[in-house]
Structures are given as structure tokens and as C-alpha cells.
Write a protein that binds this ligand. Structure first.
Ligand SMILES: [Zn+2]
Length: 242
């Protein structure tokens, strides 16, 4: 069975969990180095940082942004946070990873690193980071980096990326392209996917339900029923979500 895309997994008509979001197999496009391949004693550390990334995604959700959040970790501590901000800025490049790196390399934390309404405040105690720190950093991001961000991360020499939900439409670390380890002048980086994946997907679902609620005119019921009727026809035989 082909792995479902995020848009399919966040489908408004299917709030039941597809078979592949509950730790099931991903035979067509397996998640890279999933949590179950890590020793049990190591998992809480990564899950803890992913929870911090999820908190940023929640902040995005609360401000009507597609809920994607991330943190950069250096020497066991979070040194930068980012959340998707494409709606607020009307700028399609303002992905969580770009926001966090801009924040890390800024002399003062950028507003999006904490709350969209906060003004940058000088912090004399804050270390002055340069791009040299990124090869010593790990990224935790709730959704697999897109091809744009995967390339950015490689150019900065990120050490490793841990992500939650796969991004089968735009993913740059195996979801669509493998920007992280394809032939390049920049060193490859390691990737591990599936960390708190269900929570990342549920947050995306909440966003799409929320967005639907803002639609000026609900789609006719007849149309929705039609979609439900068509859906099983595109599924492989034997694919039963229940
Ligand atoms: Zn991106």
C-alpha cells in the first residue's frame, strides 16, 4: 500500500486514523530510521525535544498558520525555535526552519521565535551564534522538511534532522526527494522520521478543520457525499482503514 500524503491523512472526511499513522508499516516509502530503531533509553530525549517543536506548532495553530514547528538543539539545549509564518508574513519562504535559523543567527531573538506579537529584545546573556554552530546542531521539526528547507539545512551543514510526520508532497528528506544525502558538494546529513508523528498529524487535521470552519460558504452536502463515494475506488483492493 502506498503511504498516504499528509493531505490525505488530514482529510476532513476521515477522522478515523488511517492504518499508517498508528505505528504500522510503510512498505512503499518507509520512514528513515524511525524511533523503534533507537534504544528505548534514548527515545525520551528525542521525544522531549519533539514536544518543544510541537509546542511551536501549537503556537502556529493558535495564530492561524499551518501548524509546523521546530527547535534547534546544541549541546543538549534548545538554541532556536521556529514556527511556520507564511500566512502572517504573506511570504511562502517563512517556514519554521528558516525562521529558527534566522533567529539563531540574529543578535536578538526574532519575534517569531517566541510569540508573533513580541518585539525583539536585546539579550546580553545570549551567546552570539554564527553559522559555524549549525554543523553541531540537531533539528527537531514536526513535519519532514520540504525540499527548500532540506536544501537550506544541507548548505548550513546541519548534523541531524528528527521529524514527526512525513511530507509526501514536498518532502526533501526522502518523502519526495532526498536532498539530505544526494550527490552534492555539501556534506550529507542523517535523518530520522516518525517522532510523535500522530500528534503532528492531528495538529494538521485540527488546522484544516479550523480552516474549513472559516469558509464563507460550506461546500454543498451533495458534493461531500460524492467525494465519499469516489474515495474507495482509488484505493488498492484490501485497503481497509478500519
Ligand atoms: Zn520548508
Amino acid at each position: 500500500m502506498k503511504r498516504k500524503t499528509i493531505s490525505e491523512e488530514t482529510g476532513k472526511t476521515k477522522m478515523d486514523a488511517p492504518a499508517n499513522i498508528d505505528g504500522g508499516e510503510h512498505p512503499a516509502n518507509p520512514l528513515p530510521n524511525p524511533p523503534e530503531t533507537f534504544p528505548p533509553e534514548e527515545r525520551p530525549l528525542h521525544e522531549g525535544f519533539m514536544r518543544e517543536a510541537l509546542a511551536m506548532a501549537q503556537l502556529a495553530l493558535d495564530t492561524d498558520e499551518t501548524p509546523v514547528g521546530c527547535v534547534f538543539v546544541h549541546n543538549g539545549a534548545v538554541v532556536a525555535r521556529g514556527m511556520n509564518a507564511t500566512n502572517r508574513t504573506l511570504n511562502g519562504t517563512r517556514h519554521a526552519e528558516f525562521i529558527a535559523i534566522a533567529s539563531l543567527l540574529s543578535p536578538t531573538p526574532l519575534p517569531a521565535s517566541t510569540s508573533p506579537n513580541d518585539l525583539p529584545q536585546p539579550d546580553p546573556s545570549r551567546p552570539a551564534y554564527t553559522a559555524d554552530v549549525l554543523p553541531e546542531c540537531d533539528l527537531y521539526v514536526t513535519v519532514e522538511p520540504c525540499v527548500m528547507c532540506a536544501s537550506l539545512l544541507r548548505q548550513f551543514g546541519i548534523r541531524k534532522v528528527y521529524f514527526g510526520a512525513a511530507n509526501d508532497r514536498f518532502g526533501g528528506t526522502g518523502g519526495v526527494l532526498s536532498i539530505h544525502d544526494c550527490a552534492s558538494v555539501d556534506p550529507a546529513y542523517k535523518v530520522s522520521g516518525g517522532w510523535l508523528r500522530e500528534e503532528a498529524i492531528m495538529m494538521l487535521r485540527r488546522f484544516y478543520v479550523q480552516e474549513n470552519g472559516k469558509a464563507p460558504a460550506p461546500r454543498p452536502k451533495k458534493e461531500r457525499v460524492l467525494n465519499l463515494e469516489v474515495e474507495p475506488l482509488v484505493k488498492p483492493t484490501g485497503d481497509n482503514p478500519s
